[in-house]
Design a protein around this ligand. Sequence first.
Ligand code: FUB
Ligand code: ZN
Length: 681
Amino acid sequence: MERRDFLKVSGIGVATFIFPVMGNPLIAQEMQKFNILPLHGLREVSHENVKLDGGFWGKRQDNHHHVTIPHVLDQLDKTGHMTNFDTASGASNGPFSANLDGNHAYDSDLYKALEGVLYSLTHYENKELSARVDNIINRITAAQQDDGFLISYFIGSKENERWDDIRLNHQTYNAGHLFEMAVEHKRLTGNDTTINAAKKFADHIDRRFGPDKLYDVGGHEEIELALVKLYRSTGDTKYLDLCRFFLDERGHAHGTERKPFTMVPKEVPVRTPGQSDAEFKRVELFAKLRWRNGRMQDHKPLIEQDAIGHAVRAGYIYSAMADISRFSDAPEYEKAVEHIWNDVVFRKLYITGGIGTAQYGDEGFGDPYLLPNDTYCESCASIAHVFWQHRMNLLKGKAKYADVMELALYNGAISGISLEGNTFFYENPLQSSGTSRVPWIETACCPTNLTRIIPQVGGFQYAQNEGNIYVNLYAAGKAQIEIENNLTITLSQKTDYPWDGIIQLTVNPESPSVFTLFVRIPGWAKGNPVPSDLYHFAKAEINPFTLKINGESVNTTANNDGYVELDREWQKEDVIELNLPMPVSRVYANEKIEADIGKISLMRGPIVYCLEEADNPDLDFAKFELQPNTELRAYHRQDLLGGVTVIEGNADQQKITAIPYYAWANRSEGSMTVWFDEGEV
Ligand code: FUB
Ligand code: ZN
């Protein structure tokens, strides 16, 4: 199970492809053919061109490959996710596995995990795992029906209900995750089997839904962003059009299939005199649907919406809005998604980057500024949030989106998985009286989403356009980026980020080349924990960052988009040294957030801290007050929680220790809080 260099050797699938080293112009052409470039904004630098090695993410990815992947695949096996496809294909007689909720979304869990495995196999040689993937994919595709339909639950048990109630039954959500996985399988192996199955199912959906066909949309968005990926991978514009249809149709009811849904308060219908059982049942059902649909981003056209409703679904559909704006001319969606972004970042965002409260019982956004700390913040919601912010950065080329992406990634998202890599959280509250992570969650969206986000982090690190390279994240490793004229630039980062803000970036063009490096100066390094007035640091004073090239100081500031622009002729082995000072910062919330009034939290760099009982056994978190003048010190403890920087202080002769929020609940079960009271001076 060796780490690969920039060499992809696939053992998966019928055809075994040996991909030459990146930078080969033939490969570049081939990739371009299967990877339509955006019309607007920036272009990704795929995770396959970025090798994170050592450092925070390199270690995480090793652990993910060796622990998380086998654990998650075993769990999926145990819970019948694979055998459902055997039942559907007729290879076995069942029984058909389901979770208590009904298992319409069961297939999606497997697809997400496989997608993660495929990212990981790009970076690790692992024949056994490749063979396991082959086996699973063969069983999946064997279940596909002649007309393209492919959802094991319906094939196995409810053939006549295939497309019933698509707002509650996850059909298009399953399909979307199949498409995403298939695109990765094609990318890694060059093998067409899975992408052909995805196309066949997408074509089936396209024959059914669309203008002058069925006017309907799925209740759990996801297919929209996946259709953009399918379009990019196949070059078939039909998939982009179908994405556009699913976006445009939300909030409308052009056909007769459904009624327009209006946002209504949750209501409990009262039976009217003389109403029959059947009539009353119907009234009850419609009351429920009216309410739920109002919370699935379907209560009015997307271009008129605020951030409302189920937070995971929201993250996915906002991602698709950003994508449609990048891959077609859709200025109305660009405007709308910016409006929603402002609503989230100025009014509905936790300091951990988490989104979604329990206010409406719908795992969705609450009212503005209503951000209780003992809340929901699903791992999937933070992950969808990362995907969305990444796409916003690509669309707009502004660092503020990468700021929020980084915040959600380091805090709200990875808090969902233990340091050992084999237990999970569904919810990520900012305050708890104690709870434990679990090896598996029956509704397995979060463990499998965590399985796919960790191995693709390298893909969030850089972006590019017209010969410019954007550096968005700091993490040890190496990237190979092909800019204009088939010229490959190797960028290497040496850094202990997020524990230390010193980053050494070595630029290695194949030959001396003129291009601009846009180096992100994180908002936190300029005194802003978030790019809005929702949270602020105690002191407005900023410890200025410094930048040197080949040892010489460069006097520079970030541009209006949040990047330092370094435009020059780059030579082999040019070295940039960026120093982002990382003081301990006290964070205050906007006074409109009632839950945080009189409280502070701590941040250092992009990391949000918490107090956990394991380090502070004698502290009563409810009564504890940190004095404004208490000195706080940060120091690194390699022996603790896989190596973390802790923050310590002596408050009222009592030592307090704060640890990174993402690392809580990795020892004994005990209370935890991100926000705590601040005393008077
Ligand atoms: O419905 C599929 C997934 O299960 C959602 O995204 C999560 O919120 C969980 O309900
Ligand atoms: Zn989830």
